[in-house]
Write a protein that binds this ligand. Structure first.
Ligand code: FAD
Length: 386
């Protein structure tokens, strides 16, 4: 079967869906989204912790969050679908002077870039916010009241439903197997069933993006890295209004989820690869860190069969790769979010729609996140990665 499209988006996760929404909103209605699975959300989007924050260390990440978080707040009014945004905050808990110095340096950048809801907090403030924390070594922290959580699946669905209302076509069970080029650049995107003639293709395949880039001869530095999450059984000894709480001494963090909690810890021994099974031995590792910081977690119950694993899509500098591919006219990247793709999906949709339709964007300095930065030695390291 042959067809045509103005733009073909490869991957229907939260990022591809956001781009489809913004393109169609801007009047580019002939958009096709190709998804290899039988339904949306089976990549990283459906595995995410749903955290959204503006407490970053680099101006470009702060800027993307300052666009995205109000977007989540206003999502339902604008798109007619809930985002599940809960502004319960992110609380970074410092236990060493170097943590305090780091949080202060970040805070100053955040304020300089227009964030008004972040604050540095004292030990007593931390204890007041989450009284269950073991506090003997806590020195202070930082808190941002507009940080919080969203429902990634609902956001993705909202973007896609509205994109489809505006003319986009979503094709499921449509794995991209090849991309044709001619002397002008991209010529067609192929699935087993269909060849879609197009001049523009966007690589939104998340942790699988490097495989798509290879189809046009580009080595994309995006690597899959497993992350595991552990939900608890119902637990009411920590308030359900508690913020996302990050113990900077170990990286252990948790937030309320349903009647229980959702716990995360990034195992430094994890190695890159397409590993998506949950390792049961992780439960003991995370509970050790959990109980150390929150002694009442000794009473927590965890059912390992409810825990899950998914993939971060890591780049060497922990920032996404956005924009046109050098040497392949019509090929665009929107991947490599290094664990921040949910929170930055609104900004990414707008940036990509601007770059595709106008060749420039006012939202960020797009040069900062282009593919060429790696060859040109312009990496911008983000250290506030959870
Ligand atoms: C455990 C965990 C916790 C996380 N927590 C957070 C968090 O708190 N906050 C946050 O912002 N981010 C978080 N993330 C990261 C976030 O989930 C991702 O950055 C985000 O979902 C990326 O969205 P995406 O649309 O780019 O990728 P995906 O959701 O992975 O979508 C890519 C899609 O491409 C499809 N695809 C792949 N290859 C092909 C092909 N050949 N043809 C057609 N389709 C193809 C896949 O099936 C998939 O549906 C977390 C991730 C994990 C794993």
């Amino acid at each position: 079967m042959n067809s045509t499209a103005e733009v073909v988006i490869i991957g229907s996760g939260i990022v591809g869906s956001s781009i489809a929404y913004q393109l169609t909103k801007a009047g580019c209605r002939d958009v096709v989204v190709l998804e290899r699975e039988s339904h949306q959300g089976k990549g990283s989007t459906g595995k995410s912790m749903g955290g959204v924050r503006a407490q970053f260390s680099t101006p470009v990440n702060i800027r993307m969050s300052l666009f995205s978080i109000p977007f989540f707040r206003d999502f339902e009014a604008a798109l007619g679908h809930p985002s599940g945004y809960r502004p319960q905050g992110y609380l970074f808990v410092a236990t060493a002077q170097k943590h305090l110095d780091y949080l202060r340096a970040n805070f100053e950048k955040q304020v300089a870039h227009g964030l008004t809801t972040a604050q540095l907090v004292q030990r007593d403030d931390v204890v007041r916010m989450v009284p269950q924390l073991r506090s003997d070594d806590i020195l202070g922290g930082s808190f941002c009241s507009t940080d919080g959580f969203v429902d990634p699946y609902s956001v993705m669905t909202g973007f896609m439903l509205r994109a489809m209302d505006q003319g986009a076509r979503l094709e499921r069970d449509a794995e991209v197997i090849a991309i044709d080029r001619d002397s002008k650049g991209i010529a067609a995107v192929k699935t087993a069933r269909e060849t879609i003639s197009t001049r523009i293709a966007v690589d939104c395949a998340g942790a699988w993006s490097a495989g798509i880039a290879k189809m046009v001869g580009i080595d994309l530095p995006v690597e899959p890295l497993r992350r595991m999450l552990v939900p608890t059984e119902p637990f009411d000894k920590v308030a359900h209004t508690a913020p996302m709480t990050i113990d900077m001494s170990t990286g252990f963090h948790f937030r309320p989820e349903g009647r229980g909690l959702l716990m995360a810890w990034n195992d430094p021994d994890e190695t890159p690869g397409f590993k998506t099974h949950f390792e049961r031995s992780f439960v003991e590792k995370i509970l050790t860190r959990a109980v150390d910081r929150v002694p009442v977690f000794e009473e927590l119950e965890v059912n390992p069969s409810r825990a899950w694993a998914g993939l971060y899509e890591m780049t060497p500098d922990h920032h996404p790769i956005l924009g046109a591919a050098p040497g392949v006219p019509g090929f665009f990247f929107a991947n490599g979010f290094s664990g921040h793709g949910v929170m930055h999906s609104p900004a990414t949709g707008k940036i990509l729609a601007d770059l595709i339709l106008k060749g420039s964007t006012d939202l960020i300095d797009a040069r900062l996140l282009n593919f060429e930065r790696f060859a040109e030695g312009r990496q911008i390291e983000e250290t506030a990665v959870l």
